[in-house]
Each structure stands twice: as structure tokens, then as C-alpha cells.
Write a new protein. Sequence first.
Length: 117
Amino acid sequence: MRIRALQHVSIRSRDLDRARDFYERLLGLPTVPRPELGFPGAWYGIGTSQLHLIAHEKLMDGIDPTDPHFALEVESLEAVRRELEARGVPFLDFGGSQLWVRDPDGNVVELSEARPG
């Protein structure tokens, strides 16, 4: 598995308006486009990486992609899938360009292919 870059970090917010004020007005982070994901949030550009705010309670048991996490960009998600399966590592995969695993301490890690620029 080849990691190319830190793509983004996602954190939860109990009060999205207050968090947006902090990140946008105080820290001056620029917003970047965010697709409709079925729950509120905000995305910010930081160099070549992003910060994702998630305003949502836990969606599911097990590996939950809305849990606080960081995302690593990989060269080939298909190669990652094969390696995880060969090692017996459980992962959450919706069949898109990313999947999620838990590290040995239970932290969520997203593995993602590069987004089209």
C-alpha cells in the first residue's frame, strides 16, 4: 500500500454555526465545495489538504465514516482493497473512491483515491 498524502481530517461539531465562525472568521480558513452528504457540515481548504466539519451524531455501529477521522490518499484503492482482504482487516466500502478502516485503537482512518482536480 502506497500512501501519497494526507487528504483531510474530519472532526465533529456540536454547534456548526459556532464552529464555522471560529474556522472562517477567526482562523480565516477558506471554504471549499462540499457535496450533499445527507448531514450538515463544512469543508475548508488548507494548502493541498482539507478540514471537514461534521455536524451529526453517530450514524451507525462499527466503522462509521462520520466518526472523527483523517484521510490518506492512496495510489490504488483496488490494491488497498486486495491487501485489506488478504490480511483479514475489516473495512467499510460503499464501492466508491474511498473506504474506511479502524486502527488498533479504534480510530477511523479513511483511505481514498485522488479526487479529480
